[in-house]
Ligand binder design. Structure first.
Ligand code: NDP
Length: 463
């Protein structure tokens, strides 16, 4: 059964009821509303079949975060000027484990974006099969134009408030956009200093001080493993496929690496200033250059073309109706930058350009209209909740290793990651099948993620 979000929204009193609840409470949170709408359209047959969820108003309860913390983050720049940013942490649902989800440092961060991310995280974490609830946090601070010392002072100030609300059994943050190994290090150092404890309060730690091997790689690798599972349902492999990758940060880099390892050919990368197209393919040597450029020099993706003459660079046009990266001819796409980066026009271009498979490395990168265009055209669409769950899954493995004071080998972690991605893929297909959404991963992910959390909430009473 192919389901159009737009049709369901207009025709279903069920969906409208929940949209009204959210818009009534938070009319100015469009990203959160979008995330809720995407989930609710999947759940009508579930609530019809299981009256206990309706009677106990489980879905209404799941739409409201358990807690939202907002705080001031004052800090001093190298030139002595004083700055003030906003810090947030949203604890959305702890029915199946402590809150778990990343911190995002980006000027666009606001409560709507963090609530959408935390809400999605609840379903994603449930899908991993690991005992982790859903949360998210961050700040409107922009680390990109700041020195290491400024980033350190900011992180210390941020953690000086956040430490009261997190803990290895309460809420375990990790990285996201703008928060990588450097930021996790500064945040962890301050937490350790203030609390006088060395615990697994953050994941994504350095391998020498409690971090899991393969955690930096896990989200990108997982998105590619998920894509391979989807391709396998049609008797295909990723080998030889031309792949569009957006972003050039953590997720994009390791998606590229795994694609290269599996014989696929990534041909694009981007950042917020523009994108590069390398028809000759981005190989391991070129990827090493990108990693050095982005992670050490904190440079721009345009510099790729100064080094490799096979590539062209196109700056992002502000106000453009579409992103020309998605119009490049290819077989598969891995959006790995940010939310809503593929709109309806982009989706039409992807279909016209031959793309048959989309695995979302980023969170909610495809608008609802774009999703419908892709699915209606028969494109296999792996939603972020499922396809990018490898990162948080390995974070949960990091928590397990930390509590046992053990360190698994890369091979062991990779084996777990592959199994988890395989299981998530299977669970999505099964749930989609069981509720009449045959082969639609979006609905399968929402339903399977929901049921585990909902059942735990019923078991635990009205809390
Ligand atoms: P990074 O900060 O490492 O990289 C983000 C990349 O996306 C950069 O290239 C950045 O460009 C680009 N980007 C960010 N915002 C925008 C924007 N508004 N417009 C265009 N480009 C943008 O982040 P990650 O790679 O960690 O995260 C990427 C996505 O993956 C996010 O959606 C995140 O939520 C999701 N994700 C990440 C996980 C993880 O483990 N890290 C886990 C699961 C999901 P620039 O440098 O110019 O800002």
């Amino acid at each position: 059964m192919t389901t159009s979000v737009a049709t369901l929204q207009s025709s279903s009193a069920f969906v409208q009821e929940y949209i009204d609840i959210v818009t009534g409470r938070d009319p100015h949170q469009p990203e959160f509303l979008q995330a809720v709408q995407e989930v609710v359209v999947s759940l009508e047959p579930v609530l019809e079949r299981h009256s206990q969820y309706r009677d106990q108003r489980v879905l209404e309860r799941m739409l409201e975060p358990e807690r939202v913390i907002q705080f001031r983050v004052p800090w001093q720049a190298d030139d002595g000027t004083v700055h003030v940013n906003r810090g947030f942490r949203v604890g959305f649902n702890s029915a199946i484990g402590p809150y778990k989800g990343g911190l995002r440092f980006h000027p666009s961060v606001n409560l709507s974006i963090l609530k959408f991310l935390a809400f999605e995280q609840v379903f994603k974490n449930s899908l991993t099969g690991q005992p982790i609830g859903g949360g998210k946090g961050g700040s409107d601070f922009d680390p990109r134009c700041r020195s290491d010392r400024e980033v350190m002072r900011f992180c210390q100030s941020f953690m000086t408030e956040l430490y009261r609300h997190v803990g290895h059994n309460t809420d375990v943050p990790a990285g996201d956009i703008g928060v990588g190994g450097r930021e996790i290090g500064f945040l962890f150092g301050q937490y350790k200093r203030i609390t006088n404890t060395f615990t697994g309060v953050l994941t994504g730690r350095g391998p020498g001080w409690g971090g899991s091997l393969l955690r930096p790689e896990a989200t990108g690798y997982g998105a590619v493993y998920f894509a391979a599972e989807m391709a396998n349902t049609e008797g295909k492999t990723l080998e030889g496929m031309q792949c569009l990758v957006s972003g050039s940060g953590n997720v994009a880099q390791y998606a590229c690496r795994k694609l290269i390892e599996l014989g696929a050919i990534p041909v694009t990368l981007s950042d917020s200033s523009g994108w590069i197209h390398d028809p000759a393919g981005i190989d391991e040597e070129k990827l090493q250059f990108v990693m050095h450029l982005k992670n050490e020099c904190r440079g721009r993706i345009s510099e790729y073309c100064e080094k490799y003459s096979t590539a062209t660079y196109t700056p992002t046009e502000s106000g453009a109706s579409s992103n020309a990266l998605w119009a490049v001819q290819a077989d598969a796409a891995f959006p790995s930058a940010t939310q809503n980066e593929i709109n309806a026009e982009d989706a039409g271009n992807l279909v016209a350009g031959g793309v048959r498979l989309v695995s979302e490395g980023a969170n909610m990168p495809t608008t609802p209209e774009a999703q419908d265009i892709l699915v209606d055209a028969g494109v296999l669409l792996g939603p972020g909740k499922a396809a990018n769950a490898g990162g948080v899954a390995v974070s949960a493995l990091e928590m397990a290793q930390a509590s046992q004071r053990l360190r698994w080998t890369t091979e062991e972690v990779d084996r777990h990651l592959r199994r988890i991605m395989h299981d998530i893929h299977a669970v999505c297909l099964e749930a989609a099948h069981a509720y009449g959404f045959e082969r639609d991963y979006r609905h399968g992910a929402n339903i399977a993620g929901f049921r585990k959390v909902a059942d735990a909430m019923l078991d635990q009473g009205l809390v």
